[in-house]
Design a protein around this ligand. Sequence first.
Ligand SMILES: C[S@@+](CC[C@H](N)C(=O)[O-])C[C@H]1O[C@@H](n2cnc3c(N)ncnc32)[C@H](O)[C@@H]1O
Length: 243
Amino acid sequence: MATLPYKDSNLSKKSQVEEMFDSISPRYDLLNHLLSANIDKAWRKRAVKILSSHRPRTILDVATGTADFAIAAAQLQPDKITGIDLSEGMLKVGKQKIQKLGLDHLIELHKADSESLPFGDNSFDAAIVSFGVRNFENLDKGIEEIFRVLKPEGVFIVLEFSRPRGKLFGSLYSFYFTRVLPLLGRIVSQNNRAYSYLPESVRNFPDGDDFLNVLKAAGFKNCISNPLTMGIASIYKAQKIEN
Ligand SMILES: C[S@@+](CC[C@H](N)C(=O)[O-])C[C@H]1O[C@@H](n2cnc3c(N)ncnc32)[C@H](O)[C@@H]1O
């Protein structure tokens, strides 16, 4: 069964996710950096470093939110970065940040659904997603769409929460993630569900080898995972190599 932001709602997961991120968008960045003690920035930097060896000219940032991953990827000086997201609220914050940083010539943001991307086949050298895939209503469809819009040899980088496997650290982290984080998140975001949905969605997400299998099923090759910070997040890399 799908993990939903609002259990009592009749809306689809997609509509609920959109509504939830619209609601928390003004405080999303603050909470992200606060609740992760800024580690999220280091993780995105690491993912960009992995991407750098592929020298992509065109990059698609799927589920871009407030555009942090797109902004981090700008240091690779590609020709263009396109970010898409369901939530107008998140995109509005992202557009303000891009303008402030003087990056509007390089990064453009659009409202779009990752499960039905408004781009032709073979359009991008690279696709990136940070903390987005877990929120897709139909994970397989989203990954297949990303495969479709990548050029042959194109690279796909995913940064996503995973579950730490070590027993002691796992228990400590689980206490923080399921008790402390939802409480702090609720107080600061003023949204009762968003930061309880977060650990629930991570618990039910197919991480590690299971996510590599999702990538392979969509046709990706050279699929590898890289656990970060004792496994609380992972970077996955895959390539569209057609026979
Ligand atoms: C946790 S935020 C991550 C934002 C950003 N990538 C980051 O690293 O901070 C997840 C984002 O995924 C977006 N999202 C979820 N499902 C989506 C879909 N089907 N299509 C496009 N965006 C989606 C949400 O609107 C939200 O902005």
